[in-house]
Ligand binder design. Structure first.
Ligand code: ZN
Length: 341
């Protein structure tokens, strides 16, 4: 009788360094993916097709038309419905491989919920678009001794490294000691090309497959950087920084919340506000707003309305994303006026 994994994953099992034992371990394992933009789309697609045992995808945002150029997991219909990315990802990945449980969670990973959302996974994957969240993941990973894979892309340039607390440099070591390890610009200012995202996400997925299948000796432990426009690729072996405040000093300032403001930049012309920490009943809010605001739309996951020149998208965890301003004071007053202080 054929082994249940043999048919679906035969080409992977034929790859000798993995084999059926490696496939079995991969299929018994799971990972948490933070942020579901372009990198997540590529890496989750590869890991779900590879038969990973499970994926939790956490994202705070919703699908927009401008995402589709590079975020290969989403469709025009997801954008039309303004689906939260975590929900659209869960649906679309289930259609790709129904054997892999995928759990989409609509939330912003913060110091207050990082442990709840990320505990219990043998691997954390970086799909975020900002260093604030990456430094928070790094704190949590070092504190809980969990491997994680740093991956970032902007314009035509990308960078990735699998970080194993105690074994390799951590993200704080990299940012302090290696020039080019961080990214100066953001996708909202200089754009990003689909191909670079897929290059670094593929490198991330390969290291993830090694970790999840227990093939630790195969990890290259290198910081890989590449620019697909100039064709320049670089691979270095960063040393741990003996003075690193995180992995040597064990000071977890990002996890302690010292660096976490209630209002964060979120794209070129929008801010996210998260001033209250309790759930919102979107239906009740819709009814309440109906008398003052025309055209309040709700899809079960989020509620949206326009107060020109602003657009407000409110999530059931109490967060709101305000489009049309970069000013925290404006965001705060709009939030207080329409959602409540
Ligand atoms: Zn470090």
């Amino acid at each position: 009788m054929t082994h249940p994994l043999d048919q679906k994953y035969s080409r992977q099992i034929l790859f000798a360094p993995l084999g059926r034992d490696g496939q079995q371990r991969l299929s018994n394992s799971s990972a948490a993916l933070v942020g579901c933009g372009a990198i997540c789309a590529a890496v989750s697609n590869l890991l779900v097709r590879a038969g990973t045992g499970g994926l939790r995808i956490i994202d705070r945002d919703f699908v927009e038309l401008s995402n589709l150029q590079r975020q290969s997991l989403f469709t025009e219909s997801d954008a039309r419905e303004s689906l939260p990315k975590a929900i659209a990802a869960e649906r679309n990945l289930r259609a790709i491989n129904s054997d892999v449980p995928v759990e989409g969670i609509v939330a912003d990973v913060t110091p207050g919920n990082a442990a709840e959302l990320l505990s219990g996974f043998p691997l954390i994957l970086d799909g975020t678009d900002n260093f604030e969240t990456r430094l928070l993941i790094n704190d949590f990973a070092v504190q809980s001794n969990t491997p994680w894979i740093y991956t970032a892309a902007v314009a035509s340039y990308g960078v990735t490294m699998a970080i194993r607390p105690g074994q390799t440099a951590c993200l704080a070591c990299l940012l302090d000691t290696v020039s080019g390890a961080g990214l100066e610009e953001t996708c909202d200012t200089v754009g990003v090309l689909g191909p670079i995202v897929n290059v670094v996400a593929s490198l991330e997925a390969a290291e993830a497959m090694k970790i999840l299948s227990g093939s630790f000796a195969a990890l290259h432990e290198r910081l890989l950087t590449c620019d697909i426009w100039t064709g320049r690729f670089q691979s270095i072996h960063p040393e741990r920084n003996p003075e690193c405040r995180v992995c040597a000093g064990r000071q977890f300032s990002h996890l302690a919340g010292e660096a976490q403001p209630h209002i964060t930049m979120c794209g070129r012309d929008s801010v996210q506000i998260h001033e209250r920490n309790r759930a919102l009943d979107l239906k009740t809010l819709q009814e309440r707003l109906a008398s003052t605001v025309p055209d309040v739309r709700q899809n079960g996951f989020l509620l949206r309305f326009r107060v020109p020149p602003y657009e407000m998208t409110v999530f059931s965890d109490g967060r709101a994303i305000l489009k049309g301003t970069k000013d925290p004071a404006v965001a705060r007053s709009l939030y207080a006026k329409y959602i409540g202080a």
